[in-house]
Write a protein that binds this ligand. Structure first.
Ligand code: CS2
Length: 452
């Protein structure tokens, strides 16, 4: 007999909102909030799907976080999610924004969720973006579904209610994610109601963050592990690695949970930590997702156990290291720790999951280092390899293709490699398609990797 998971006391009062209820949020921001404060409850909304919200609500927002070390698991029930809502529960969403008790809004909507164009602005050329702007212009309470539109609808509700200042905290792997979100929100606000822009400047602070915790998709094995170890029938546990990092910069005029007591770091500038994480961790992830899957590897651990893939990772890290604004010792320690994290024997982090949305990820993880190298007159083999492997992946080799820009990217592959390569590279950054030496190097690497 196993017991269901229910609260015996009231949940903490809702003082924070979250957009993008999923595994990473539950292993990261909700875990920090749970450890930091008993009186900051989170009302969390899914991006699109309803099932996780329903399952969590049936457990009063409770779930087990499995901290999975190489030699065993720890089980802790997280209490910070006070309410879980499906995306479609738009009236509830607006209701929280109108509440003066809510002071913080965290966001995990993935790189693709920001709906940015190549210049980092809201991509108003997309029909779905234009449609949501029109819907909000007609009715500020319209049931919009994209992240920028849902946030602007919330901001409009907050202004109507005069509910006071708050901070939005983006937690996605984008460089300078605060400025990135602020730009998209500003564009959406401008398009919906230009008078919102001044109010945004006065009342809303957007923090910038670096987030890190490797969290694969939960499995039935995790659920069984909870039942066996604790006797509780938790229908939605999450397993994650012991390592966790959160660096935040920005103002919190309405207050925030004392996240630093749970290990978060408040810093004046996240840039050095963000470069280190996006380039070394996420860059190597993308390299393995494309080049490792070409060699038949399916998880990160499997790929780093392959000496060739591992040498590719080391070569990429050697390329990045001179561009990091951190002491050499720190970088060396971080690299050693990363290798251990990647090789974790009990975490099956699927390369297919990481391969998704490369068009949104590579510009943050690979292109910045590549552009610096090119400016210094070098042609880094490691970056060339990632781009070539991504090209092959788009053509159907290795991990399956799932990309928000897939319909636009597919036709770029048509015709001879000499025509397709510059087109595909330009889709990541215009300068790459015009760089003839780079195009030639990527093309020959495509041939080399494709023939293995
Ligand atoms: C991964 C990240 O799926 C991916 O693209 O690179 O989710 C990575 O696991 C996290 O950023 C780790 O903090």
């Amino acid at each position: 007999m196993s017991t269901p998971l229910r609260r015996s006391t009231e949940p903490p009062p809702v003082r924070a909102l979250h957009l993008g209820l999923g595994s990473f949020f539950r292993a990261h921001q909700a875990w920090y909030t749970h450890r930091a404060d008993d009186d900051w409850g989170i009302a969390a909304f899914t991006g699109r799907r309803a099932d996780l919200a329903r399952t969590l609500e049936a457990q009063d927002g409770l779930y087990t976080l499995i901290t999975r070390a190489a030699d065993g698991d720890e089980f802790d029930v997280m209490r910070s999610v006070a309410r879980a809502h499906a995306a479609a529960d738009h009236d509830a969403w607006l209701g929280y924004w109108a509440s003066p008790a809510v002071r913080v809004v965290t966001v995990t909507v993935t790189e693709a969720g920001y709906l940015r164009d190549g210049a980092g602005r809201l991509d108003t050329a997309r029909p779905e973006v234009a449609a949501e702007i029109a819907a909000l212009r007609a009715d500020a309470r319209a049931a919009v579904t994209s992240a920028p539109a849902r946030l602007v609808a919330g901001l409009l509700a907050r202004r109507r209610a005069d509910a006071g200042p708050l901070t939005i905290v983006p937690c996605d792997n984008l460089p300078q994610n605060g400025a990135a979100l602020r730009a998209v929100l500003g564009d959406a606000a401008d398009a919906v109601d230009p008078s919102l822009t001044d109010w945004l400047d006065e009342q809303v602070s957007v923090a910038t963050t670096m987030v890190d915790r490797i969290t694969p998709e939960p499995t039935d094995v995790d659920r069984r592990a909870v039942r066996t170890a604790t006797g509780v029938d938790d229908r939605c546990p999450v397993a994650t690695e012991p390592f966790s990092e959160w660096v935040l910069a920005g103002g919190f005029p309405g207050g925030r949970p004392a996240w630093e007591t749970a290990g978060a770091v408040l810093a004046p500038d996240v840039t050095p930590f963000e470069d280190r994480k996006l380039w070394l961790l996420n860059g190597a992830h993308s390299l393995l997702a494309y080049a490792g899957s070409l060699r038949g590897r399916t998880t990160v651990a499997e790929a780093v156990a392959d000496p060739l893939c591992r040498s590719w990772v080391e070569q990429w890290w050697d390329t990045c290291a001179p561009h990091l604004d951190l002491p050499d010792d720190d970088v060396a320690r971080y690299r050693a720790a990363l290798l251990e994290r990647f090789a974790h024997p009990r975490i099956a982090h699927s390369l297919a999951q990481i391969a998704a949305d490369g068009s949104q990820k590579l510009p943050a993880r690979i292109v910045p280092v590549l552009l610096r190298e090119r400016a210094d007159g070098r042609l880094p083999e490691a970056a060339v390899r990632v781009l070539a492997a991504w090209f092959l992946h788009l053509g159907g080799a290795g991990a399956p293709v799932k990309d928000v820009r897939e319909p636009e990217l597919r036709p770029l592959l048509d015709g001879a490699l000499s025509d397709a390569a510059p087109r595909v590279l330009a889709a990541l950054h215009p300068a790459l398609g015009d760089d003839t030496d780079l195009v030639a190097a990527v093309s020959s690497c495509v041939v080399e990797l494709g023939s293995q």
